[in-house]
Design a protein around this ligand. Structure first.
Ligand SMILES: NC(=O)c1ccc[n+]([C@@H]2O[C@H](COP(=O)([O-])OP(=O)(O)OC[C@H]3O[C@@H](n4cnc5c(N)ncnc54)[C@H](OP(=O)(O)O)[C@@H]3O)[C@@H](O)[C@H]2O)c1
Length: 300
């Protein structure tokens, strides 16, 4: 199988690439700057249009779209929020234009999205049928998914609504660790907000499952079956690291430090569950937060 991954240089793309390549699949990465000689990379300009790079998509079996400005790397100024939105819209529009332009479009298009689609929720369960929220991240996800669905007449489009992906070497987990290491870790804010986590290995396996599952078009929640509140997450992290997890980080301090990002990324969440993956028979390796975190922190 030939798989093209836009944004395949990132935290999730690299893991997907390694998994596919290990099984003998041909993987081509679309990147804005090709510096890594360990992968087959094609330079592209995700500006909303197709380009010469579209030849990489010709005859591909799958295109995976993970490109976009990081949502957590910088404080959300109005310009940064615009970049977060525009980078996803433009990259997706470029891929859809290329899918339209080639003679043999890929039969499968897996495009990024996030559980932020549902907006901040309380303890009600969010399956893929839940309506979208109305905050900034929800509007980004809705627009991003709409762009991807423009290819639906030509290919099977799956939007992966990814939760908080856990791994030791990237994503949201490493920045959380220092306070725990120093024994001052704990819940953030009230701790009652749900965090819909997923182990990175399960995320990779789930994306591969959607690729080979004929009726996986539409939205798929990429989250573990047992989301936990932030307080439960903190206790589980403390157990996995053999450290206390009693020191709460007050909401006002986080808001002072991070502005709007604090509410959107830390102080709120969704109790999202993977209804479609479970109904379709996908088998999670890490079903509970203790399993996932113990695997991540297990000494080799
Ligand atoms: N990690 C998570 O927990 C999580 C959770 C929910 C949703 N997601 C979504 O899943 C996708 C992949 O996540 P990730 O953690 O792998 O992200 P990542 O590590 O930031 O990688 C994203 C890739 O997108 C490309 N990129 C960065 N800025 C860009 C811009 N302004 N315009 C176009 N391309 C740009 C980069 O590739 P080049 O520099 O090579 O072009 C980068 O490697 C993202 O869209 C993210 O929002 C991730």
């Amino acid at each position: 199988m030939k798989v093209v991954i836009a944004g395949g240089t990132g935290f999730l793309g690299r893991a997907l690439l390694q998994s596919l390549a290990a099984d003998g699949h041909e993987v081509v990465v679309l990147t804005r700057r090709s510096t890594d000689r360990t992968m087959t990379a094609v330079e592209w300009t995700p500006n909303g249009q197709s380009g010469p790079w579209a030849s990489a998509i010709e005859g591909a079996d799958v295109v995976v779209n993970l490109a976009g400005e990081s949502i957590a790397a910088k404080r959300w100024s109005p310009a940064q929020k615009q970049l977060i939105l525009d980078s996803r819209v433009q990259a997706t529009r470029s891929l859809v234009s290329a899918i339209r332009a080639v003679t043999n479009p890929p039969p499968v298009f897996v495009s990024g999205s996030a559980v932020g689609f549902y907006g901040p929720l309380g303890d009600e369960i969010a399956t893929e049928d839940a309506p979208p929220g109305s905050d900034f991240l929800a509007r980004v996800c809705v627009t991003w998914e709409d762009e991807a669905r423009a290819a639906a007449a030509l290919t099977r489009v799956t939007c992966i609504r990814t939760g908080l992906v856990l791994a030791k070497d990237g994503g949201a987990l490493p920045p959380m660790l220092p306070p725990f290491r120093f024994g001052v870790g704990g819940p953030v804010g009230s701790g009652r907000q749900y965090w819909p986590w997923i182990h990175r290995q399960d995320w990779v396996d789930l994306v591969r499952w959607t690729i080979r599952t004929a009726d996986s078009g539409g939205a798929i929640n990429a989250t573990a079956p047992n989301p936990v509140t932030n307080a439960e997450f903190a206790r589980a992290l403390g157990r996995a690291m053999h450290r206390p997890a009693l020191m709460p980080a007050p909401a006002f301090a986080l808001r002072l430090m991070l502005g709007e990002m604090a509410d959107a990324l830390l102080l709120s969440g969704q109790r999202a569950v993977p209804k479609r993956a479970e109904r379709g028979g996908f088998s999670f390796t890490y079903r509970t937060i203790d399993d996932a975190l113990h695997a991540i922190f297990r000494r080799k």
